[in-house]
Design a protein around this ligand. Structure first.
Ligand code: NAD
Length: 491
């Protein structure tokens, strides 16, 4: 039996204006398990207007920052209550391991607690800008309606880094999940309703890139677009915001390098690299998908990684002992298979994996390692968003850094070495928004993340993210008691 989800607009559950729906399939079984409303431009317009009303008229605009903070903390408590339901929805929809989605739900509550605590700490300033007759102040104000767009992977987590700081700062939200997997985000609206988020403050619209996505990002009442997804989509969103001149942040993909020097600890390298590329089936913006190993350790690192990759248990993402679930979509698996075959034909040498792991149902793909002698293979140049590791050999630090930098992406990176000075030099030399030394994938909501180049711009996470959902207003107040003087008389 399929589950029929509804959108959440202006505090009410609803179907699409024209009644159309689209399907979502379970990646582990390939069966349609849920349907969602296909939002029209009119639905999106209704959601944005509701958010705008809530921002400018509703109880939201009259709530104090402390009250907003308390509301965010109530959201956190609701997440704790509904965490399992949300985790199961996300796993069923995307194939991400249930063990991981459950962990993410616990972390999600902490993100809302954290930004709830920050809500009443957004402070202004009183700079000594003018003469003694003037009080000059800078206040920080919310922007208005925020359009948040998220991809299918870790969707509630990624959405939280937009929703939590935006609401804490006093904005309202229209959120659009991916049409490939909309269940967890849609179910999340229940959390917001149960927590008592006022009508119109949080809205969810489901549907395709166009009209749903494009109408949302170009809507004249949207003041800020927070996007996470692929670079080609970003290229369509940037011109769309020419219509509303909305502020924009872009969290895009990566092709992150992991450098292993001869003096690295081998056990840490094997576990670190395995988690960098095979955790979440490689479907992570921060995946370490290019491994660069120095001559002295090359053979041993490769042997041990191949052995480790072959021990990875692939299977039903609901399973407690499974290490890797399926890829989220068939399109995703088809693309990886095509680019891998193309690269193999040109000389990339697959040393393990490359197949479907013997599964006849489900979009499974084995942990795959390919030795590469050039970065010009399509599996190296493109973000695959799957469990495919390209491995390169290098001799000197300069070579490693040059190889690492030879990409249009700059999202993350990692280095393994027991020489702190060398590791630090390497971390500073490689463009990235996040860099790991002797570890990989470690994260904290208190730390910023984001990229540059084709990995986008802007940073999410941490204290400063809340400022990205505000703008300053400079206010000059005459306190001299004197009348405004004649403007044409110079003093
Ligand atoms: P995608 O770009 O195809 O879709 C992302 C979202 O954009 C979806 O909700 C989609 O419906 C919407 N969209 C698509 N076209 C649109 C348009 N023209 N106008 C408005 N909205 C539109 O990405 P995906 O395949 O869902 O996700 C994978 C990508 O996301 C990868 O590139 C990955 O690296 C990236 N990602 C980045 C981060 C990060 O924090 N930097 C995190 C996770 C994923």
């Amino acid at each position: 039996m399929t589950v029929a989800y509804q959108m959440y607009i202006d505090g009410a559950w609803c179907d699409a204006d024209e009644g159309k729906r689209f399907n979502s399939s379970n990646p582990a079984t390939e069966e349609v398990w849920a349907t969602f409303p296909e939002a029209t431009a009119a639905d999106v317009d209704r959601a944005v207007r509701a958010a705008h009303r809530a921002f400018s008229e509703g109880p939201w605009s009259r709530m104090s920052a402390t009250q907003r903070g308390k509301l965010l903390q109530r959201i956190a408590r609701e997440i704790e209550t509904m965490g399992d339901e949300l985790a199961v929805a996300e796993t069923t929809d995307t194939g991400k391991l249930l063990r991981e989605t459950r962990w993410q739900m616990r972390n999600l509550a902490e993100v809302y607690d954290y930004y709830g605590g920050l809500a009443d700490k957004v402070e202004g300033q009183l700079p000594p800008a003018s003469n003694s007759g003037t009080l000059s102040m800078i206040v920080r104000e919310p922007l208005g309606v925020v359009a948040a767009i998220v991809p299918w992977n870790s969707q509630l987590h990624l959405a939280a880094f937009k929703i939590a700081p935006a609401l804490a700062a006093g904005n309202t939200i229209v959120l659009k999940p991916s049409e490939e997997a909309s269940a967890a985000v849609t179910a999340f609206a229940k959390v917001m309703a149960n927590a008592g988020v006022p009508q119109g403050v949080f809205n969810v619209v489901t549907g395709s890139a166009d009209p749903c996505g494009q109408t949302l990002v170009s809507h004249p009442l949207v003041r800020r677009v927070a996007f996470t997804g692929g670079v080609e989509t970003a290229r369509k969103i940037i011109p769309a915001t020419a219509n509303n001149i909305a502020m924009l942040s872009l969290e895009l993909g990566g092709k992150s390098p992991v450098i292993v020097y001869d003096d690295a600890d081998l056990d840490s390298v094997v576990n670190g690299v395995t988690s960098a590329i095979f955790a979440a089936s490689g479907q992570s913006c921060a995946a370490g998908s290019r491994l660069l190993v120095q001559d002295g350790l090359y053979d041993e690192v490769l042997d041990r990684l191949v052995k480790r990759a072959r021990e990875i248990v692939i299977g039903d993402p609901m399973g407690e002992t499974v290490h890797m679930g399926p890829l989220a979509t068939q399109r995703q698996r088809d693309r990886i298979e095509r680019l891998l075959a193309e690269s193999q034909a040109k000389g990339a040498r697959v040393v393990t994996g490359g197949g479907r792991g013997g599964f006849s149902k489900g979009w499974y793909f084995e942990p795959t390692i390919a030795e590469c002698d050039t970065q010009d293979y399509s599996i190296v140049r493109n973000e695959l968003f799957g469990p495919v590791l390209s491995v390169f050999r290098f001799s000197t630090e300069e070579q490693a850094i040059a190889l690492a930098k030879d990409t249009k992406y700059a999202f993350a990176g990692g280095v393994f070495s027991s020489d702190f000075a060398k590791a630090y030099r390497t971390a500073r030399a490689i463009p990235a928004g996040r860099f790991w030394v002797n570890t990989y994938r470690l994260t904290s909501f208190m730390m910023p993340f984001g990229g540059s180049g084709d990995s986008g711009y802007g940073r999410e996470g941490g204290v400063h993210a809340i400022h990205d959902y505000t703008q300053t207003k400079a206010i000059f107040v005459d306190v001299s008691g004197a009348r405004v003087s004649d403007p044409f008389v110079m003093r």
